[in-house]
Design a protein around this ligand. Structure first.
Ligand code: ZN
Length: 141
């Protein structure tokens, strides 16, 4: 059972920058940004080592769909370094960091923590037994 996600400070900064860069754009140019986190799982904790942004081919401000080729490349990169894709992330340019109805439908099929960045910060969630569970996010300085 995953209890906690440990995020290095520089990765937290990267995610915050993605979010704030987005927020400064004009409304019609806004779109969700997405990608994966690479690392490993140890004693119920996810230790994140790298972040890879992946193109949102849905090109939408309210949903995302990762470019399959870039996702494959990220998976290969993780594999080569002896790690795994341990979480996926996306931004909510218009809302809080809580899964949308669309997100929840997708979470049922992606058995990984979902990191969402919204107006209230960075949050992590897991879908388990029909419920959305929030996971603690610890920032590692
Ligand atoms: Zn979402």
């Amino acid at each position: 059972m995953i209890m906690k996600l440990i995020l290095p400070k520089e990765i937290e900064d990267f995610i915050k920058n993605l979010y704030s860069h987005n927020s400064s754009k004009r409304l019609k140019e806004l779109k969700e940004r997405c990608g994966v986190l690479i690392g490993f799982i140890k004693k119920g904790e996810i230790i994140v080592r790298e972040i890879v942004e992946i193109k949102n081919v849905a090109d939408s401000p309210i949903l995302f769909k990762m470019d399959p080729r870039e996702l494959y490349n990220a998976w290969m990169k993780a594999e080569k370094s002896g790690m795994d894709i341990v979480a996926i992330f996306h931004t909510h340019p218009f809302g809080i960091a809580y899964p949308s109805k669309y997100d929840i439908d997708c979470m049922k099929y992606v058995n990984l923590p979902w990191i969402i960045i919204g107006s209230d910060g960075i949050k992590a969630y897991l879908y388990k037994n029909g419920k959305i569970i929030e996971i603690e996010v610890e920032i590692l300085n």
